[in-house]
Design a protein. Structure first.
Length: 131
């Protein structure tokens, strides 16, 4: 995937689980969940990868939508290969959780409450990520 913030490609950090959220422009539920992801990014960078993946928008629309999220969270644009890999998605936000080996372990459509996402982060980080 290509990043929305520069011309770099995705950098995978092995040995850490990953939580990523698929967002699209004008998604109010994405913005709400983005607040929890911002807290996770601030407090859990050493134990969990956090990222955003934009879909259903032009590069400029997706970059403009990024103003609603933590400025340092890596953000990428979905491509067809990625969408096929996850068997598509129904709506945003869609949250994808990968294990330390990069295997998708869960895909959740819709908003996830702060408490539930905090619990998932705690589990995948083996107790190291507490928000």
């Amino acid at each position: 995937l290509k990043t929305l913030k520069s011309n770099k490609a995705v950098e995978h950090v092995n040995g850490k689980a990953t939580v990523t959220m698929i967002f699209q422009p004008d998604c109010s539920w994405c913005k709400k969940q983005g607040k929890t992801l911002a807290a996770a990014f601030e407090q859990c960078q050493s134990s969990v990868n956090i990222s955003l993946i934009g879909a259903k928008g032009s590069n400029s629309q997706l970059r403009k939508a990024l103003k609603h999220y933590h400025k340092s969270i890596p953000a990428y644009k979905a491509n067809n290969k990625f969408l096929r890999t996850i068997n598509g998605y129904q709506a945003s936000p869609t949250t994808l959780i990968y294990d330390v080996n990069g295997q998708l372990i869960t895909k959740k459509r819709g908003f996830i409450s702060h408490e539930k996402l905090a619990q998932a982060l705690r589990i995948i980080s083996h107790g190291d990520c507490l928000i």
